[in-house]
Design a protein. Structure first.
Length: 393
C-alpha cells in the first residue's frame, strides 16, 4: 500500500479571529512530512489580520503582538512553497482549508493545494476508541504531550506526531485514506469590517461567533429535483465538499431564490450539490442510499438563475354539509339491528345456549338489551324465556 500513498504531507494549523467567512488568520504553522509520516521541517508565522484579533482568551494574540506582523500577501509565497505537491492535513481540515482558501483569494493568489485529509475522519476510519474528536483526545490516545493548546505551532506539532502512527495503522489495516478534493475560491465576499487598532474583546465566550441562522423557507417542499426541469421554490438543497463560490455566499443566493438550505441529507432532501460525488462523506453516502439527485456546482448555479415559483396548493374536496337540527329539537337516530343471537324485543332476556358456538362467549348466560322491534327467529340450538315469565314462576 506504500506505493499508493501520497508523496508528502503538510500538517497545518491556523488560529483565526473567528469562524465566519469575514474572519482572518492571525497565525499559521506547517510541519512537512514525507510519505511515511516522518518530519522534514516546520515553519511558523504571525499574520496581521488588519482588524481586531478576536478571541484573545483562546489564542493569546493581542493587537499589540500582531501590529508589526506581516500581512498574508507577504507570507503567501513562503506558505505556498510548503504546501505545494503535498496533501494538506489538519484536525477538522474543512475549517483550516476554508480559512486558507479565503486568504489566498483576498491576495489574488491560487493556493497550491489539490487534496486535504482530516484527522477526525481518519480516526473514524480507524475506529479509534476516543471519548470525543478533540485534538487533545487524539494526542492522549497516541501518548503525545500537548504543551500549549491553541498555539498554531504546538498544535501542528501534536497533530504531526499523532498523524504518523495513524498513517502506519491505516497502511497495516488496508484502510483507505479519506482524501478530499480542494478547490480554490474563484468568487467570494467579505462583510465590511472596520479595523479597530488596540481593541481588546471582552472575555465573553461565543460573542465573537456570528450567527448563521436563516429565516424559515415560506414555501412548501415540492419534492425532489427532476432532471431537465427547473428548480422550484421550496426545494430542500444540501451542499457537500468544496465549492468555487464561497459556500456561505452560495447558500445565501439559494435562500434568496426561495430554496431551503438543509444542513444534512434526509429522505426529504430535493437535491445535493457537490463537486465530488464519489467522496466518502456522510452527505454523499446518504444521498446515494436515499436516491437523492446530485448536481455539480456549475449546473446548480446555472439553474439558480431561473427558479420556478411554488406549486399552487390543492384545495381540499368539500365535504357535504351535515343536517343541522333546529334549536330545541334532537336528531332522530337510525335504529341499529340487534347483534346475532339476541332476540329483538324491548325487555331484558336471559339467553341460554345448549352448546357453545363462535357467536357465544365462554359464559353460559348473558344479558342484553335489544334496540329493534323487528322479530327474528330464535336459534335452533337455544331456548329462551322472557323475564316476565321467569318472574311469575
Amino acid at each position: 500500500m506504500a506505493d499508493r500513498l501520497p508523496q508528502g504531507y503538510a500538517v497545518v494549523d491556523v488560529e483565526t479571529t473567528g469562524l465566519a467567512r469575514d474572519d482572518r488568520i492571525v497565525s499559521a504553522a506547517v510541519y512537512r512530512l514525507d510519505a511515511l509520516g516522518d518530519v522534514e521541517d516546520h515553519w511558523y508565522t504571525l499574520v496581521n489580520p488588519e482588524r481586531d484579533p478576536g478571541p484573545v482568551w483562546i489564542h493569546g494574540l493581542t493587537s499589540e503582538v500582531l501590529e508589526g506582523a506581516p500581512l498574508f500577501p507577504e507570507v503567501a509565497a513562503e506558505l505556498s512553497e510548503r504546501l505545494a505537491d503535498r496533501v494538506l492535513v489538519a484536525h477538522n481540515a474543512a475549517f483550516d482549508w476554508s480559512m486558507i482558501a479565503r486568504e489566498y483569494a483576498r491576495a489574488s493568489v491560487v493556493a497550491p493545494v489539490q487534496q486535504r485529509l482530516c484527522t477526525i475522519a481518519l480516526a473514524k476510519e480507524l475506529r479509534l476508541p476516543l471519548p470525543n474528536h478533540k485534538l487533545a483526545s487524539l494526542a492522549a490516545h497516541f501518548g503525545v504531550v500537548q504543551q500549549q493548546a491553541h498555539h498554531a505551532l504546538d498544535d501542528a506539532r501534536v497533530l504531526a506526531e499523532a498523524f504518523r502512527p495513524s498513517l502506519h495503522a491505516a497502511a497495516r489495516g488496508g484502510v483507505r485514506l479519506p482524501l478530499l478534493e480542494c478547490r480554490p475560491l474563484t468568487e467570494w465576499s467579505d462583510s465590511p469590517v472596520t479595523p479597530r487598532v488596540g481593541y481588546q474583546p471582552s472575555r465573553r465566550p461565543n460573542t465573537w461567533r456570528p450567527s448563521r441562522k436563516r429565516p424559515a423557507c415560506p414555501y412548501p417542499n415540492p419534492g425532489r429535483y427532476e432532471k431537465e426541469k427547473p428548480l422550484r421554490q421550496g426545494m430542500r438543497v444540501a451542499f457537500s465538499g468544496d465549492t468555487s463560490v464561497d459556500r456561505e455566499l452560495l447558500e445565501d443566493r439559494a435562500v434568496e431564490a426561495g430554496l431551503h438550505v438543509a444542513t444534512s441529507v434526509s429522505r426529504l432532501t430535493s437535491l445535493l450539490v457537490t463537486n465530488d460525488p464519489d467522496a466518502a462523506t456522510s452527505k454523499t453516502q446518504k444521498a446515494k442510499a436515499f436516491g437523492t439527485p446530485i448536481l455539480e456546482e456549475s449546473a446548480f448555479t446555472h439553474l439558480l438563475r431561473d427558479v420556478a415559483p411554488p406549486r399552487a396548493p390543492c384545495s381540499p374536496a368539500r365535504r357535504p354539509r351535515r343536517h343541522r337540527s333546529e334549536p330545541g329539537t334532537t336528531r332522530p337516530s337510525a335504529a341499529r339491528p340487534p347483534p346475532p343471537g339476541i332476540p329483538p324485543c324491548g325487555a331484558w332476556h336471559v339467553v341460554r345456549f345448549a352448546e357453545t358456538t363462535t357467536a357465544c362467549p365462554s359464559r353460559s348466560t348473558r344479558r342484553a338489551r335489544c334496540t329493534s322491534s323487528t322479530a327474528s327467529p330464535a336459534p335452533s340450538t337455544a331456548w329462551r324465556r322472557s323475564a316476565s315469565t321467569a318472574g311469575s314462576r
